[in-house]
Design a protein around this ligand. Structure first.
Ligand SMILES: Cc1ncc(COP(=O)(O)O)c(C=O)c1O
Length: 422
């Protein structure tokens, strides 16, 4: 057996994100009978798939565009004409003042986070060590194992606001966030908005308070906008996208329906964007350019904005609300169930306070009944103390085939009732 380095061991260990992507890949390729509510795959929306098919055809018939896309390396920062179009699009629709120097392309948002976290936290040249502060967990499982060094994250438990007997919402606990910042070893604050796994959208007030705290501490606020505005627009509240000199905003083409192109976008002050580009050159030389080529004309014509507003948002909002209705029908007066308020993303977040087993065990039982979900435990990383709530939740991607989702919700309710009334 060969020896692995400490960082190598950490990155290659079994992790929640590996289990999730493994389950997802297997279900999509080899197990068509599995009812797939795990993973974060975007839905195949026919009108959107038709746009990508059209764009591929256009690319093939546009002079030597296809040969240039497949046959040339782009600069590590991204394709220059794409960066120009993207800066103009974001300025037009968000009122910002970006130049291409504020942008860097990465191989998916996932890689952007690996670069950003390890750029801003870990051992520092002055001998101190910094961490990434997550003001609210549950937070995106994909961050959890990205540190080259241990204990990269410090997370804060949120307040839980009970909105009605079967609906709740997480709120940032500012006293906890302020206490964490007061420790003084934080390199950046990070939130996903809309949040994967809960569908929470931090309010404009919460996000501006976090921005003020980051500014006062002299550190960046990273906002993961994978589901947000202006694209893909899977956000159902009046949240406003925010950018400033100390904010690092990430976007992705994945949730538009292009996860296979692996295209992430970092929007940040030029010093950060060029550091990300430098890291891309070391790790991957250049980025995948197909996604950039497919999307560029849709930025120039604003078609992307219309697709986001008129097709993508209504699609996911309808699916999430329908799923909520099916939960009410299936769980009815079963004690202890509630859903996080549905404000964005593809997910419903189910809390089961009377569950006699952990959500990880429930996940295994559901898998054996051909229902794939994601257990909540892995979304609660970085908390200094154990929190019983972390074993009571499931994440469900409800954007798939409606009949399958409804059937799966029925099976989940049946399993929970069996366990609770045993
Ligand atoms: C909140 C969030 N951030 C980032 C990502 C990374 O996505 P990608 O690497 O496909 O851009 C995901 C994917 O599910 C996500 O949900």
């Amino acid at each position: 057996m060969f020896s692995f380095s400490t960082s190598g061991t950490r990155l290659s260990a079994r992790s929640g994100i590996l289990e999730l992507m493994d389950d997802l890949g297997r279900a999509l390729t080899t197990d068509p009978g599995m009812r797939m509510l795990g993973g974060g795959n975007p839905a195949h929306i026919p009108a959107i798939d038709a746009v990508w098919r059209r764009r591929m055809t256009e690319l093939m018939h546009d002079g030597d565009a296809l040969e240039r896309t497949l046959g040339n390396y782009d600069p590590p920062q991204g394709n220059p004409p794409f960066l120009k179009s993207l800066a103009a699009f974001l300025n037009r629709h968000c009122g910002w003042d970006l130049t291409p120097a504020h942008l860097a392309i990465t191989a998916g948002g996932q890689s952007a986070f690996f670069y950003l976290f390890n750029l801003l936290a870990g051992p520092m040249p002055d001998g101190t060590s910094r961490r990434i502060l997550l003001p609210l967990v549950p937070e995106y499982i994909g961050y959890a194992n990205q540190g080259l060094h241990p204990d990269l994250f410090l997370a804060c438990q949120p307040e839980i606001e009970e909105l009605s007997p079967h609906e709740f919402k997480y709120r940032v606990s500012f006293p906890r966030v302020e206490a964490a910042l007061a420790q003084g070893n934080i390199g950046a604050i990070c939130v996903s908005r809309p949040t994967n796994p809960t569908g929470n959208v931090l309010t404009n007030d919460e996000i501006s308070r976090l921005s003020d705290l980051a500014l006062a501490a002299g550190i960046p606020l990273i906002i993961d906008n994978a589901y947000g505005l202006p694209f893909p627009g899977a956000i159902f509240t009046d949240a406003t996208p925010l950018f400033a000199d100390h904010i690092i905003l990430t976007l992705s083409l994945s949730k538009l329906g292009l996860p296979g192109t692996r295209t992430g976008i970092v929007v940040a002050r030029p010093e950060i964007a060029s550091a990300v580009a430098a890291m891309t050159s070391v790790i991957g030389l250049a980025n995948t350019n197909a996604g950039q080529q497919l999307v560029k004309p849709l930025l120039d014509s604003d078609e992307l904005l219309h697709l986001s507003r008129q097709i993508i948002r209504p699609f996911y909002e309808t699916r999430s609300l329908e799923a909520g209705q099916w939960f009410h029908e299936a769980f009815a007066d079963t004690p202890g169930w509630s859903l996080h308020r549905c404000e964005g993303s593809f997910f419903r977040w189910l809390r089961l306070t009377h569950l006699p087993i952990s959500s990880r065990e429930l996940y295994q039982r559901l898998k054996s009944r051909q229902v794939l979900v994601v257990p909540g435990e892995d979304f609660f990383f970085g908390l200094p103390d154990p929190w019983p709530h972390s074993t009571q939740c499931l994440r469900l991607n409800c954007s798939g085939n409606p009949e399958t989702v409804q059937e799966a919700i029925g099976i989940i309710a049946d399993e929970v009732k069996t366990l609770q009334f045993a």
